[in-house]
Design a binder for this molecule. Structure first.
Ligand code: GLN
Length: 191
């Protein structure tokens, strides 16, 4: 099983390591040829405006959407959760930043505000077991609104921080920054 990590900007190497630790082979994806080779794709955290722009510049925008439509699993973490969404908050709409528009979600960028830009919280994520998962939140977004086909898999302080829609998995936090590989394994199970 070969899993791609979108390698245009953001926490790329950490996802490669986490995927390998979870038992998969990983490939950095920065062009269409590489995208064609992978069975699944991780869109990492970083700066969603930059990643969105670079996806276009690298000629990957339509290619990712086509593979997603054909059922390729995608996990988006943090900025990746933003990029997967169909709709953004007012800020996203005002700046007209590019989203892939794959998941029936409306997201809020930097949802935990300025002074709490970075924090950790123990999360209940029943689909990966009873033991709580340490969520690392860095200027994290949340899902404000989720459509009917979206399964909420974790909330923090009543806000949606993890959700799945078919072969798409969106996380507000950074699972690649902890030693716990359960979410990467869960994603591999979706392939
Ligand atoms: N706030 C960032 C954004 O909007 C995401 C932060 C992250 O990926 N760590 O792109």
């Amino acid at each position: 099983m070969l899993v791609g990590v979108l390698a245009v900007q953001g926490a790329i190497a950490e996802h490669v390591q986490a995927l390998e630790k979870a038992g998969a082979s990983a490939l950095k994806v920065e062009n269409r040829q590489a995208l064609e080779r992978v069975d699944a794709l991780v869109i990492p955290g970083g700066e969603s405006t930059t990643i969105g722009r670079l996806i276009g510049e690298y000629g990957l925008y339509t290619a990712i959407r086509k593979r997603a439509a054909a059922g390729m699993p995608i996990m988006g973490t943090c900025a990746g959760l933003i990029l997967l969404a169909k709709e953004g908050d007012k800020d996203v709409q005002r700046t007209n930043q590019k989203l892939l528009g794959l998941m029936d979600t409306r997201i809020a960028r930097n949802a935990f505000g300025g002074q709490r830009e970075s924090f950790e919280a123990m999360l209940e994520i029943p689909v990966i077991g009873r033991k709580k998962f340490r969520g690392v939140f860095i200027r994290a977004p949340t899902i404000e609104k989720a459509g009917e086909g979206v399964e909420v898999i974790s909330r923090f302080e009543d806000r949606i921080v993890a959700a799945r829609q078919g072969s798409l998995l969106a996380l507000s936090f950074h699972p690649e920054l902890t030693a716990d590989t359960r979410l990467h394994k869960y994603f591999l199970g979706m392939i």
